[in-house]
Design a protein around this ligand. Sequence first.
Ligand SMILES: [Zn+2]
Length: 92
Amino acid sequence: MKIQHVTYYVCQFCGKKFATEKECKMHEAKEMNLDMLEYEWLLSLEQAEREAASSMAICNNEKTRKEHKKFSDLVLAFRLKHDLEPCDSIGV
Ligand SMILES: [Zn+2]
């Protein structure tokens, strides 16, 4: 008996399945009316924001607060610019 493990990627908006991460991301970008570069940029900004938030949780000082604010502002500015919901996180 052969057991096959099938990995697929699911669109976080509509639940559609894809064989590769790339296809899935391209589809998600389209759902947000972004191009691939913009979508990846947004994902990395949000990732940086989450990381800054967790460093702030570990050590809350002026430096970590500043760092967190910097990324929150960037994410917010991006979302406003592209007409996306400001607080509707698309994180994992
Ligand atoms: Zn979708």
